[in-house]
Design a binder for this molecule. Structure first.
Ligand code: SF4
Length: 451
């Protein structure tokens, strides 16, 4: 982030509370409070979470209105230093809260999630195409460093770069097209081409392009999200992590099936990453056999629970997502309770199938089933529910009290449409509508247009 974009009064207050050699880098609104990152004399980033004191999340210091904590595991000396900073901040608590309240909404609302939002500031890049693009820019610009800057300019990257690693996933999730496309002639040819590209020195990671890209993101204040079929299976995983470790000021997000975090050493290593905002992983059910059936991977249900425990122990902010398929909906109450007792919250994502998925219709629950399950959630289960994404608004019982985000529209996903009945529905401007596979499976009979 450009520090000059930070409110000067807030920056000055924050700066007064830091050790003299530190500087405030960024303060912004997050999903459930605010986040601040500061850089020390060695340019290492220290990240803090600020929440309202009325919440019951963990904190290192608590005032009358605000609770402050460090994001990630803090070493002994660091913890003392953080407490000293927090004490100074809490001495100005009222002024601090007023300034935080003035910050604009969390950026999630400009990622195409929220009604009216746009996805302009997230640039997605696939591993092998990105490596080729950077290699060709290197020919024109002389070095990979300059090539990475030229790439960022060309792609108009300013907010977030999302890198999609194309390593094959061990799971075969029922809602994903990747497992069925693995054996298609096109995918086989692509796999051969990609491994050939890696062998001739044009691998994203081994060519040094990954390091150059992260350096460019650091210079330009661009956040980095890592995702992919399952990047944790990547043969160069160690180097991917080493380069993330080398860029403490880059704000990072990790999305993946994440069962590899069942390895405690790996979770601990990732927990030490500076400026790591979140690890997001999918949990289809807290009942291991149901989760395994959804992912087509025996043992993944136990592994994902171990991974969650390891990530939480490492002090990482964990986000859980669930794709709302019929099987998962059947154990939703228990799964939300499971999340809630661990201090976690889940986002439920309506199934918008990848194009080419052979039979998404069979996975779609009806709007009536969704409405019924959501209406009968216990209070404990509701507290494990963070948001709904892409769920038609008339499937959501009145008074559920959970944010509803729009579905992510992508040319790689099936079409989303409105039914004839939607034309007379007052909720339409904020509604995601119905996927083509839903309409094929259930028709339009369960819509409840609101006058
Ligand atoms: S009737 Fe149509 S527009 Fe209205 S909430 Fe339902 S799906 Fe959305």
């Amino acid at each position: 982030m450009d520090p000059s974009a930070l409110d000067p009064t807030l920056a000055s207050l924050w700066q007064r509370c830091l050790p003299p050699t530190w500087r405030v880098h960024d303060v912004r609104r997050g999903a459930s409070g605010w986040r601040a990152s500061c850089l020390d004399a060695q340019n290492a980033s220290h990240d803090f979470a600020i929440a309202r004191a009325s919440g019951d999340g963990p904190s290192m210091a608590r005032g009358e209105q605000l609770a402050l904590s460090h994001r990630g595991a803090a070493a002994g000396n660091d913890a003392e230093q953080y407490r000293a900073i927090f004490a100074k901040l809490l001495a100005h608590e009222t002024e601090l809260l007023a300034l935080l309240e003035r910050l604009p909404p969390a950026r999630r609302e400009t990622r195409g999630d929220a009604p009216g939002g746009s996805s302009r500031d997230v640039v997605m890049a696939r591993e092998h195409a990105l490596a080729l693009e950077l290699a060709s820019l290197r020919l024109a610009h002389g070095t990979l460093e300059r090539a990475a800057d030229a790439w960022a300019r060309r792609r108009n990257a300013s907010g977030e770069v999302m890198v999609y690693f194309e390593t094959r996933c061990k799971q075969a999730c029922e809602y994903c097209v990747e497992p069925t496309s693995r054996t298609s002639p096109t995918t086989r040819v692509l796999t051969v081409l990609r491994s050939g590209q890696d062998r001739i020195g044009l691998s994203l990671v081994r060519s040094g392009a990954w390091a150059a890209l992260l350096a460019a993101c650091e210079r330009r204040g661009i956040d980095v999200t890592i995702t992919g079929h399952d990047w944790l299976q990547h043969p160069d995983r160690d180097e991917i992590l080493a380069q993330l470790e080398a860029r403490p000021a880059v704000r990072k997000r990790i999305l993946s099936p994440s069962t590899e975090f069942a390895d405690e050493a790996l979770a601990t290593r990732v927990g030490r990453l500076h400026s790591l905002e979140v690890v997001s992983l999918s949990l289809q059910s807290c009942i291991p056999a149901v989760h395994d059936a959804c992912t087509g991977a025996p043992g993944s249900g136990i592994a994902v629970q171990l991974a969650v425990a390891n990530l939480q122990r490492a002090g990482i902010h964990v986000q859980l997502t669930m794709v709302l398929v019929r099987r998962a909906l059947g154990t939703l109450e228990a799964t939300l309770q499971w999340a809630s007792v661990r201090g976690l919250a889940m986002t439920l994502v309506a199934l918008t199938a990848d194009r080419g998925h052979p039979a998404p219709e069979a996975l779609q629950p009806s709007l009536a089933e969704i409405r019924d399950v959501l209406a009968n959630l216990s209070i404990e289960a509701r507290s494990g529910l963070e948001a709904l994404k892409g769920v038609p608004l008339c499937a959501i019982p009145t008074g559920l009290g959970v944010p509803v985000l729009r579905s992510h529209v992508s040319p790689e996903r099936e079409d989303v449409r409105f039914a004839r009945a939607c034309a007379r529905c007052s909720l339409r401007p904020d509604c995601s509508g119905l996927t083509a596979s839903y309409t094929r499976a259930w028709g339009e009979g369960e819509l409840r247009p609101v006058a």
